[in-house]
Ligand binder design. Sequence first.
Ligand SMILES: [Fe+2]
Length: 339
Amino acid sequence: MSEATTTTADSGYDRVWKEISDLGLDRFAGELDEFGYTVVPPEIASPNGLAKKMLEACLDIAERRNGERPDLATGDTHAYLGIETTGTSRKKGNKLKGRMPEMTDDRDSPVGDVMQCILTEDQVFEEGLMNPVLLALASYLCGYRMVLSGMACWMKGPNETSFSLHSDSPEPSPMPPQSFVTQCTYVLTDYNRENGGLVIVPGSHKLCRHPEPEEARIGEDGNPDAVVVEAKAGSLIVWHGNTWHGSYNRTAPGLRVSVTNFMVRPFIHKLEELSGNLPQEMLDRNSPRFALVTQHGLTPGRLSQADGQEKVARANKYIAAFEKATGMKYRAGKNDYFN
Ligand SMILES: [Fe+2]
């Protein structure tokens, strides 16, 4: 835990630590402190076949969005995707376009097809988001009031281009030691070198800065401290927002499939605007914390005085429901671990 974190009795720290202990996650929290990432194995991270259900749901989404069911065995449907630039698919001319708009040279996509905004596509993603293991580790890094910024499915077939090392933190260097964001990734097919899995620089979260270009390269002449993270399907990988990470290209046939839950402190810009935009039945069937995790305890930017009042009233309603159901206070001061 960062030294900058307050540990006063009512700060929320005690609650988060109790959740970590009750769930037997102490070792993983310790790895987050020491290495800046942790891999929670399938037997802990994916209760009740969660990962298998998520994988099927992702294949369904891809089929709906792209008109073709992904080929898990060969990965042909996602091989050598072009990079979407000005609407023109580059490189291999695959039917799909990889989505990495800032990259404009003649390479294929390092990330494959990234399908954004999937929370409402299948109920299993609510289950994945509210998995107590994910919530406890995300709260450990980003405080109890962290929220979902965006949920996406990443589907990568054989490709040529590695994904350079980077930090997910949105702030410029130097970065604070606290994690402002955390990527919580459900691994849905095995991660290893040949499958184009994750590469991480252990301990890089402590550097509190983004990598320089020469430090960001991976491969033979790349960053010597970068290691491949092996993880079985069903694992949950969590990393500190400052941690340098990327991925190798996929040399094996087949697809690398993952679902990312990008969790952020409440004051950080969100990738998706969820508050007020989720189906009421989704909120009704979940716990009061689901509403808060999906941004409903926050007030998005106001469009007018009346709109602002409406948004504050909406947030207050969901916070009150949470406090009533749990007997806990949700609001916090700025030195509070809830933030
Ligand atoms: Fe990243």
